[in-house]
Design a protein around this ligand. Structure first.
Ligand code: GLU
Length: 416
């Protein structure tokens, strides 16, 4: 695959939306550059007694609408441009659902699947110490992302708290519930994907019962999305993860697959059920399904495969799964795409709820959290849908019209 720089995608769509909004280059100049970036390296003693130096990043793209907010990615291929793009997407994601945050993101170059729990704990602790001057409940609030877990968020919260000399729950979201995490946070991104899917199918007049869907990625977001859409009566015919994919034209047994994958030693490429065939990740993207949900990494749908995509609806559960070139190809084919900054915003919305609960020392019921999430996601979807129709642009551009306007107007009102 060509070497795409995801930050170029951010700039392309930002420029397009700013032009429609009538903003000058001056209005959006600062948005093209992250406000603050930190690159860190730190030593960790590994289980075999050797000392290894790890590298990481924390990028604060914008704090115009509130503290920087966004996850920390633990992945062997994470890099500076990727974290920059992910941080910018957080700014626009928080703006499109109108929660009082800017955008940030972190990354640690490591392969969590090859590390012991002790090594992972140590890496998380040392990374937190290294970025501690930047973070805080009023400054920048990390959360889980690809390769990071609630347990790791607990360790981050603990490390930051030790440095402060008292417990600071609101410094990190996505924590275990017992130490200040919110009920419903683990499922929140997938639940938001489900709301987005239902909303777009309703607008298009497509009955969700029996509608075929393929999902790339069976991490937290992909598996919860698969499970909720399965419960909604959709026919999930294909799922995949880094080990490969599985396809069943009659619909997969999603609860059985999730149960199978709950043992982390089990490989999806070795899973079997009647009528199932094994496929590659590339083949999954090109299946003849109604709905395609990329829920893995960036740049999966690009100029080399976009014209072979057969789905008529795409829900971007991952951040940045579609390149700007692919966007154009898909639009010319009439594909309706719900963009990442809207489709996967459920996670950060419930992170916001977690932070609000932490700051007030209260806890909401799961039902309350899920209802509040829906009450944010559904109107945000309608607003993006309406503005896209009014301007005759894609849902992605529509989402950016709303987001960029909110950020630029906040900047102007603050006199920045
Ligand atoms: N990593 C998630 C995202 O990309 C969640 C971020 C958060 O909760 O702050 O939206």
């Amino acid at each position: 695959m060509a070497n795409y720089n995801p930050y170029d995608n951010v700039l392309t769509v930002m420029n397009e939306a700013a032009e429609i909004l009538g903003y000058s280059d001056n209005d959006i100049a600062s948005l093209k550059h992250p406000e603050r970036e930190l690159k860190v390296s730190f030593p960790v003693v590994m289980d075999d007694g050797t000392t290894k130096v790890f590298e990481g990043f924390r990028v604060q793209h914008s704090t115009v609408r509130g503290p920087a907010k966004g996850g920390v990615r633990f992945h062997y291929a994470v890099n500076h441009d990727e974290v920059k793009a992910l941080a910018a997407w957080m700014t626009f994601k928080c703006a499109v659902v109108d929660i009082p945050y800017g955008g940030g993101k972190g990354g640690v170059i490591c392969n969590p699947s090859k590390l012991s729990e002790r090594e992972l704990h140590e890496i998380t602790k040392q990374f937190t110490i290294a970025i501690a001057p930047l973070i805080g409940p009023e400054k920048d609030i990390p959360a889980p992302d690809v390769g990071s877990t609630p347990a790791m968020m607990g360790w981050m919260m603990d490390t930051y708290s030790m440095l402060q000399g008292h417990t600071v729950r609101g410094v990190v979201t996505g924590k275990p519930v017992e130490i200040g995490g919110s009920l419903g946070r683990t499922e929140a991104t997938g639940r938001g994907v489900m709301f987005s899917t239902n909303n777009v199918l309703d607008k298009l007049g497509i009955d969700r019962k029996g509608t075929t869907v393929a999902i790339q990625g069976m991490g937290n977001v992909g598996s919860i999305s698969a499970s909720l859409l399965y419960q909604e009566g959709m026919k999930v015919v294909a799922v995949s993860n880094s080990s490969g994919g599985v396809y069943n034209k009659d619909g997969l047994n999603i609860p059985a697959i999730i149960d199978y994958l709950s043992d982390r030693k089990n490989l999806l490429s070795e899973y079997n059920e009647e009528g199932l065939v094994h496929i590659s990740n590339e083949e999954l993207l090109e299946l003849d399904v109604k709905v395609l949900i990329p829920a893995a990494l960036e740049n999966q749908i690009n100029e080399s495969n976009a014209d072979r995509i057969k789905a008529s609806v795409i829900i971007e559960a991952a951040n940045g799964p579609t390149t700007a070139e692919a966007d154009e190809i898909l639009a010319s084919k009439g594909v309706v795409l719900v963009p990442d900054i809207l489709a996967n915003a459920g996670g950060v919305v419930v992170s916001y709820f977690e932070w609000v609960q932490n700051l007030q020392c209260i806890s909401w019921t799961e039902e309350d959290v899920n209802t509040k999430l829906k009450n944010i996601m559904d109107p945000a979807f309608d607003a993006v849908w309406d503005i896209s129709k009014e301007n005759n642009v894609s849902l992605r551009t529509g989402a950016y019209l709303i987001a960029i306007k909110r950020v630029v107007e906040a900047k102007k009102l603050r006199g920045l």
